[in-house]
Ligand binder design. Structure first.
Ligand SMILES: Nc1ncnc2c1ncn2[C@@H]1O[C@H](COP(=O)(O)OP(=O)(O)OP(=O)(O)O)[C@@H](O)[C@H]1O
Length: 259
């Protein structure tokens, strides 16, 4: 379980003070899929960085299975939006996926199997020897996802991972990530600014207010577990849920402007 308790983050420096996160408290059950949405600039990336142990909070705590997060914890992987910057251009696809396993001291034979399985899982079984720059944006993001799943994380944090790919690729990647989640039983926290994507993907949507951020609402997505782009998105309950999230985000934006 991931527990965020009384989290706040204030950026200071160069005479500026930005209160990015006001006071956030929520928990994410082990094995669940939670999306986090909120107005632009409300601190979603800041929150994920604190959860990943990449950024110290100003106050409050993040704990993973009861252990305080004070640096990047074992068993946690992050996929960022900028796949172009997260892959090493001089390493072949398989070596990019292999890198965290090598760093974790996994034996060579096991690494080879994990890399092959992960690349097969994202449909890149033929691309082991390619360099990232030889692949399309969507394929590069698949490599980043393969790298995260090869590591077999208990918790996977994703920061707007599909924002920079075209609509069709995005739909394919959404289905890919749901099948990865169902297969691995990983705890998934997925940040997106896309309300439809949040409702389509998750079991629960946490909505944030504008900065200084707190939780505006927390909505269970009671859609059937088997989802597909056509049936799920035309389900009246889907429309209802996206309406609820949309209204909450609009409210948060208005409140942010009048604050
Ligand atoms: N290193 C930093 N130094 C100072 N201010 C920062 C820093 N990083 C982020 N901020 C500010 O903190 C606030 C929250 O930023 P953050 O990127 O976490 O929000 P976000 O919700 O992820 O944004 P977006 O919706 O645009 O992706 C913003 O006002 C941003 O300008």
């Amino acid at each position: 379980m991931l527990a965020v308790n009384g989290l706040s983050k204030v950026y200071t420096g160069r005479g500026r003070r930005v209160e990015a996160i006001g006071d956030l408290t929520f928990t994410v059950e082990g094995g669940s899929f939670v999306c986090v949405v909120g107005p632009s600039g409300c601190g979603k990336t800041t929150l994920l960085r604190c959860c990943a142990g990449l950024l110290p909070p100003t106050s409050g705590t993040v704990a993973l299975s009861g252990a305080p997060v004070t640096g990047p914890p074992d068993g946690l992987a992050v996929v960022f939006q900028e796949y172009g910057r997260s892959l090493f251009p001089w390493l072949r696809v398989a070596d990019n996926v292999d890198l965290p396993l090598r760093a974790a001291g996994v034996a060579r034979a096991e690494r080879r199997d994990l890399v092959t399985e992960a690349l097969d899982a994202v449909g890149l079984g033929d691309a082991h020897q390619a360099y990232p720059w030889q692949l399309s944006g969507g394929m590069q993001q698949r490599v980043a996802i393969a790298r995260a799943i090869a590591y077999q994380p208990r918790v996977l944090l994703m920061d707007e991972p599909f924002a920079a790919v075209d609509a069709q690729t995005r739909a394919d990647l959404e289905d890919l990530i749901r099948s990865v989640w169902q297969r691995l039983g990983v705890t998934l926290v997925f940040v997106t600014h896309d309300i439809d994507e949040a409702v389509y993907l998750s079991q629960r949507v946490i909505m944030l207010t504008a900065s200084p951020t707190r939780v505006a609402d927390d909505l269970v997505i009671d859609l059937p577990a088997e989802r597909d782009q056509l049936t799920t998105r035309s389900d009246p309950r889907f429309t209802e849920l996206r309406g609820l999230v949309y209204a909450q985000i609009q409210k948060a934006k208005l409140e942010g402007r009048t604050r």
